[in-house]
Design a protein around this ligand. Structure first.
Ligand SMILES: [Zn+2]
Length: 463
């Protein structure tokens, strides 16, 4: 059973899934007009970790994340650089995927692009006009938020108090400052698409509601994003679905932001100017570990000091992998399943970690438990209990692998068969079966390994 904090209810709730065993999730993606920043890295890491953990726990996950490839910022930059909107979007989408790849994030199952969905958006807007929840002004079509009875659900405030706090805008044709653009009428020199209500381009809030419903279907399970998207973006997505009579996301989850004070942002203090910049200066796993060590709903600080601290913790993990010759779990990150046969010494660890992660994705608790287990494995091996120590170390590695953090051990690639021989030899030595231990040593030597005995058990390396 997975429980998450649901922003629509303001409390941690069990995920009630549309189809048992399957989780459909939509994560709002970037508008591609600049390099990705640290905040992008954090929220995508969080939802990557959630997706991996759900998969590890045996759920089939359908993960959709969009690209907004047309908007005011893209148009503005294209004008400034004397190029096309298509070129700007292509350039920065490439930068985006390079950064996501650098962070070791699994690719979404679907990546809808806003410009591919304009016809469907036009259809939704036409329906909203027909139903009288949208109206037309000189610069485009707006959504009338007063038509949705529970508008303000995600903001956690009723419409009246949202209205009192809203800025007064220049557009006098808008009935309320909270009303939002569904469609922006075409302007000379800007990209536009045909529509029965006048050529133009879609508003941002309309993109996500159309794309998520198209790819995940009505009543999908989980809509995620950074905390700043809760209102107005997600509120407005939801309002359109409600007005169109489409059951929308069953659960809403939002992640905290990255804190960078004004002074801390300054380059002279050696801070990171973008995610791309951070990834060029550190092992990306350090950023993942830094993210894992904070609760996803809390803010984090990303500075050279917090990154350096994460790098030191990472070094301890890699040292464990070296000591116990642990195989990297890179290739099987998404395939590792929780029904993996946990030896008794590791079952308690798995259950404690699963208890933490299934309860509102408590990664700081899970990471603390894994570091305790790391110390325990080292202590066990120091006192000669090599077999159990290795099991525990493998479990630490497998569970970090389940969160997308791959430990790096020996520089030599240790194949599965050799790894199995090493383990059997340690078991034989543990049982004082010296003849069997010698036989297994010969088998390893025949496979081209140099074999050494250490406090951590059998060590192998290429001569
Ligand atoms: Zn969105």
């Amino acid at each position: 059973m997975i429980r998450l904090f649901d922003s629509a209810h303001g409390e941690i709730r069990e995920l009630h899934l549309r189809d048992p065993g399957q989780i459909s999730m939509y994560v709002c993606g970037p508008t591609v007009y600049d390099l990705p920043h640290l905040g992008h890295g954090r929220y995508t890491l969080i939802w990557d970790v959630a997706r991996r953990w759900f998969t590890f726990q045996g759920f089939t996950v359908h993960y959709v994340s969009n690209i907004t490839d047309i908007d005011d910022n893209i148009i503005e930059r294209a004008g400034r650089e004397d190029t096309t909107e298509v070129e700007i979007a292509k350039t920065y989408e490439l930068q985006w995927w390079e950064a996501m790849d650098g962070l070791g994030e699994a690719f979404p199952n679907d990546v809808p692009h806003a410009t591919q969905y304009v016809a469907e958006m036009v259809e939704l807007i036409a329906l909203l006009l027909e139903r009288g929840v949208a109206y037309s002004t000189a610069d485009g079509i707006y959504f009338d938020v007063s038509q949705v009875a529970d508008y303000g659900l995600l903001a956690g405030q009723p419409l009246a108090s949202l209205r009192a706090g809203a800025r007064v805008e220049a557009n006098e044709q808008k009935r309320s400052p909270l009303d939002f653009a569904l469609w922006k009428n075409a302007k000379p020199g800007e990209p536009s698409w045909p529509a029965p209500f006048g050529d133009g381009r879609p508003g941002w809030h309309t993109e996500c509601v159309v794309m998520s419903l198209d790819l995940l279907g009505d009543d999908f399970d989980l809509h995620c994003g950074g905390f700043d998207l809760r209102f107005p973006h997600h509120e407005n997505e939801r309002a359109q679905a409600v007005a169109a009579g489409r059951p929308f996301a069953r659960h809403w989850a939002h992640s905290g932001w990255v804190m960078v004070g004004e002074e801390k942002m300054s380059k002279s203090l050696g801070n990171f100017t973008s995610l791309t910049d951070l990834l060029s200066k550190t092992d990306s796993r350090a950023y993942r570990l830094l993210v894992l060590r904070s609760h996803y709903r809390s803010p984090i600080e990303v500075t050279p000091a917090t990154i350096a601290d994460a790098e030191r913790a990472l070094a301890r993990l890699d040292a464990l992998a070296r000591r116990f010759l642990l195989p990297a779990l890179a290739g099987e990150r998404l395939e590792v399943k929780s029904d993996f046969d946990w030896p008794p010494v590791t079952r308690t660890l798995y259950e404690a970690v699963a208890g933490a992660l299934d309860e509102d994705l408590d990664t700081p608790l899970a990471v603390a438990l894994l570091f305790e287990a790391l110390s325990e494995a080292n202590t066990m091996a120091d006192s000669g209990n090599v077999v159990e120590a290795r099991h525990l170390a493998r479990a630490v590695s497998a569970l970090f692998g389940a969160l997308g953090l791959v430990l790096r051990g020996s520089a030599d690639h240790v194949d599965e068969a050799s790894q199995a021989l090493v383990e059997r030899r340690d078991e034989a030595r543990n049982a004082q079966n010296w003849a069997e231990a010698d036989r297994l040593r010969d088998e390893l030597v025949a496979r081209g390994w140099t074999v050494e005995d250490s406090a951590a058990g059998t060590l192998i390396r290429r001569p």
